[in-house]
Design a protein around this ligand. Structure first.
Ligand code: 0A1
Ligand code: ZN
Length: 878
């Protein structure tokens, strides 16, 4: 980075001066020197009133420019200028053809943006601004063009040649090369361009659309992985059907390709008709993938497929509108998963993820609105806020409008904007117009950062049979936004009678800072179930008495809030024990001494859940898991990672001991002799059994560690095997090393599976963890060049091992900062994404905070720091 990066601001948006109607690309593929010729059919933009003689700007970075030709006349080098950002020349007319010839080096592309090499295959990643690393182009999403792409490559090393749309020609060339020509009839922004070439195996199936068209479905993987594509293929077909059934949206081409690659910065990418996936989110076989992996594959395949409409057919005008496609598509994939599996269990999972990633983001130095106002590097804004909070916003629209009103709005949105690049305001407007309502206050969720805090007060009037509920809301300041306005949000509530049934179940609309709601005909003093289904993404500050939480745990008709009541109770117990632990100088037994009665009541409620056979097993498994260390840290200031770890571990031990017989029964009753199937019911059974095993081991009784060792050895599927290995992972038991060694040997040549092994060791609570991680960095399978490896070993340490990452002596921070500095030269995007944990310094004691800030400053002092890492580190240290 040669100069201080500039902030790009949403309010500075200007339409492009010139647009591209048609693109013709010719790639001469070579690992070291790839030649790219492009012909751009360009036109002045009437909206901007540009024309002949005006400056044309084409983005371009890190390429060698060989020639510029306008209307077939080659420009002299004095007729154009090139700098770090791109190419400028004067328009020769209203309409003209620009031809560019560039050279790039895919094998040296370690950033994995643009055209790069993964294993032996060529592939591209163009979102957000990677296309400008392939050729000069107005690389912005509001420039939509049709593409014709010719790929020339060596036939032996690249028998498969793919791009977007339809294959219209192919054949052999001299010198052992061959070619393919692809044409995509749908105009698209450059970020949806894709090319793949390599020696890949193909698994094929088909789907008949609702109008009776046959679509060929192909999944391309490395040879040898053909038997790991079934679930992704099945998920794809179910997604296509679901989008027809629920949204009336049909696939629009005759071919849909998915390619799995080993080196990928994110999860997957929705390029038109040629989705490129991180192999981790495609490949699954019972002996290599856990139930969690199957679930993620299903949801990511769906997510990318759904983008074909929400993102591709209707795209974003500019990158500030990213949530237009991402929030909507996440909501769509969440609902798909809810329909495929258990709705409450899905909601618990989504809310857990929101609280683990988005709430902390919204409370920290990187807080930003769902529609950000500025950025230095757009890659840094593929965040939990844009994705997950954005999805919550769409969910609130869905709740407020009801399914039919929502569908009317969606229909109008796609009707009105098909083929366009639009804004979040356009989306909200379609929702408003279709339903004749006003979303102006709801739209504040797009522009205002921070998680609202809600409190409530209920009052029952027995004579009037009336329940009066006052709800207040407040949002704390976030960077750049000192004053917050009240938001509009749906709050679903229930009033439970003594027998546990609902006297009232309703959704009220909160829009004021403080507002009263009156419920009539309430025949007895009720217990309130607030924000059912997490109808609004808020924090609740009102404490409900323990006995009401126990009552809700056992009776709420809203399963989400049953779970929530248990989480609240557990959080409360642990927070007071953490405070006691800190006060008494670190005696964990004494920390619980004053809490015995409450702990007993909590354990009794847990037992009732565990043994209630009317409840879904997956739900029971979730309800038995205590809030995590990261969540607890969010509730404490300063957070003491050691205290949190000790208290949570001690409570798990107590539960394990008290319910040992019940867990042992659960464990034995849920054993299965049937062959593994990934369906939700079987997965729920395995999850409940794994939870039981984890508590049995947590109880400290040696015999259960032996049960885990036995389970590791006899399991016929990865889910059960990982369940055993992850409890052994924290123990000082000879079975731990034996099992880890076995795992390493079995999966030595299986990158996707071996990542589990790296992560486990990085997340171990054992004291030798950091030393072990340092050793693992020289493991033959580890490389800083592969994002999955970096995330598995380095990322898992910072995100999944708070106790060791926050070691008092600062060793965790120093190790981590070294890795980010090293990684920044290889892959700035991934380095920046991993930097957030160091930015949480304000949550910790002065000593830790100083050490974290010192590491951020050390990162900032790195010569040639990338714009990506600079933005995150500088905003974090402020
Ligand atoms: N649009 C993709 C995610 C994605 C974003 C950026 C990438 O590279 C910078 C890659 C993928 C999705 O939402 O799935
Ligand atoms: Zn997406």
């Amino acid at each position: 980075m040669s100069e201080q990066p500039q902030e790009i601001r949403r309010e500075d948006y200007k339409e492009p001066g010139f647009i591209v109607e048609k693109v013709e690309l010719v790639f001469d593929l070579d690992r070291d020197v790839t030649n790219v010729k492009s012909r751009l059919f360009m036109a002045a933009n009437p909206v901007r009133g540009t024309g002949k003689g005006d400056e044309v700007f084409l983005h371009g970075e890190d390429m060698k420019l060989l020639s510029v030709t306008l209307n077939e006349a080659r420009l002299a080098s004095s007729d154009f200028t090139v700098d770090q950002e791109g190419l400028r020349f004067k328009a020769p007319g209203q309409n003209f053809i620009a031809e560019l010839e560039t050279q790039i080096s895919p094998a040296n592309n370690t950033r994995l943006e643009g055209l790069y090499v993964s294993q032996s295959a060529f592939c591209t990643q163009c979102e957000a601004e990677g296309f400008r690393r392939i050729t000069y182009f107005p690389d912005r999403p509001d420039v939509m063009a049709t593409y014709k792409v010719t790929i020339n490559a060596n036939k032996e090393s690249c028998p498969v040649l793919l791009s977007n749309g339809n294959l219209i020609d192919s054949g052999d060339l001299d010198g052992g090369r061959h070619f393919a020509v692809w044409e995509d009839p749908f105009p698209k922004p450059s970020y949806l361009f894709a090319l793949v070439a390599g020696d890949l195996a193909c698994v094929e199936d088909s789907f008949k659309t609702m109008s009776g068209r046959d679509v060929a479905l192909r999944i391309f993987v490395e040879h040898g992985n053909e038997d790991r594509c079934d679930y992704a293929m099945d998920s794809l077909k179910r997604s296509m059907k679901w989008d027809e059934d629920v949204y009336g949206l049909e696939y629009d081409l005759d071919l849909f390709n998915i390619v799995a690659v080993s080196d990928f910065n994110m999860g997957a990418m929705e390029n038109k008709s040629l989705n490129v996936f991180n192999a981790k989110f495609v490949l699954a076989r019972p002996d290599t993938a856990t139930d969690g992996d199957y679930e993620r594959i299903e949801s990511i395949v769906a997510h990318e497929y759904f983008h074909n409409w929400s993102g591709n057919r209707v795209t974003c005008r500019d990158w500030f509108q990213l949530s237009l496609k991402e929030g909507l598509t996440v909501f769509r994939d969440q609902e798909f998963s809810a329909d495929q599996r258990s709705r409450p269990v899905q909601r618990i999972k989504d809310v857990n993820a929101l609280r683990a990633a988005q709430f902390p983001e919204d409370a920290g130095p990187l807080a930003h609105p769902v529609r950000p106002d500025s950025y230095m590097e757009i890659n840094n804004f593929y965040t939990a806020t844009v994705y997950e909070k954005g999805a919550e916003l769409i969910r609130m629209m869905h709740t407020l409008l009801g399914p039919d009103g929502y569908r009317k709005g969606i229909d109008l949105y796609f009707d009105r904007h098909d083929g366009q690049a639009v804004t979040c305001d356009d989306f909200a407007k379609a929702m408003e117009d279709a339903n004749g309502i006003d979303f102006s206050q709801l739209k504040l969720w797009y522009s205002q950062a921070g998680t609202p805090k809600l409190s409530w007060q209920g009052e029952y009037d027995a004579d009037a049979k009336q329940y009066r509920l006052t709800i207040s809301q407040k949002t704390d300041p976030t960077p750049g936004q000192p004053d917050k306005k009240p938001l509009h949000m749906p709050i679903s509530i229930g009033l439970l009678g003594a027998d546990g049934s609902d006297l009232v179940a309703e959704t009220v609309e909160l829009s004021e800072a403080s507002q009263e709601f009156v419920f009539d005909g309430v025949t007895e003093a009720p217990v309130l179930s607030f924000n059912r289904g997490f109808s609004a993404p808020v924090n609740i500050t009102t404490d409900q008495p323990d006995d009401e939480l126990v009552f809700l745990m056992g009776n709420d008709s809203d399963a989400f809030n049953r779970w929530e009541a248990g989480q609240k109770y557990a959080t409360r117990l642990m927070l007071s024990a953490i405070a006691a632990y800190e006060a008494n100088g670190g005696d964990v037994d004494a920390a619980f001494a004053d809490e015995q009665a409450r702990v007993d009541a909590f354990i009794a409620a847990m037992r009732a859940t565990l043994t209630n056979d009317d409840l879904d097993k997956a739900f029971r498994a979730d309800a038995l898991v205590l809030p995590g260390e990261a969540f607890l840290s969010e509730q404490r200031k300063p957070a003491n990672p050691e205290a949190i770890y000790q208290v949570r571990t001690a409570l798990r031990k107590r539960i394990g001991q008290a319910l040992s017989d019940d867990f042992a029964n659960t464990y034995h009753q849920n054993a299965s002799n049937a062959a593994f199937t990934p369906d939700a019911t079987s997965a729920g059974q395995r999850a409940l059994r794994a939870t039981a095993l984890a508590y049995l081991v947590a109880s400290g009784a040696d015999e259960f560690a032996d049960v885990a060792v036995a389970q590791y050895g006899t399991a016929d599927n990865m889910t059960d095997q990982m369940a055993a290995l992850s409890v052994l992972n924290n123990l000082d038991h000879p079975g731990r090393e034996t099992a880890l060694a076995d795992f390493e040997e079995r999966f030595a040549n299986d990158a996707v599976v071996l990542d589990k092994w790296f992560s486990l060791q990085a997340m171990s609570s054992r004291d030798d963890t950091l030393a072990r991680i340092k050793d693992l960095m020289s493991h033959p399978a580890f490389t800083m060049r592969n994002p999955n490896k970096v995330r598995a070993l380095i990322g898992a340490f910072a995100m999944g091992n708070p106790r060791h990452f926050h070691a008092k002596d600062g060793s965790g921070y120093a190790f981590y900062a070294d890795r980010l500095i090293e990684l920044d030269d290889i892959n700035p995007q991934v380095a920046a994404r991993l930097c957030a944990p160091l930015g949480k310094w304000a949550k910790y004691d002065v000593d830790r905070a100083d050490k974290m800030k010192a590491e951020l400053n050390r990162i900032l002092a790195k010569p040639e720091i990338s714009r990506d890492l600079y933005e995150i580190a500088s905003k974090s240290v402020a």
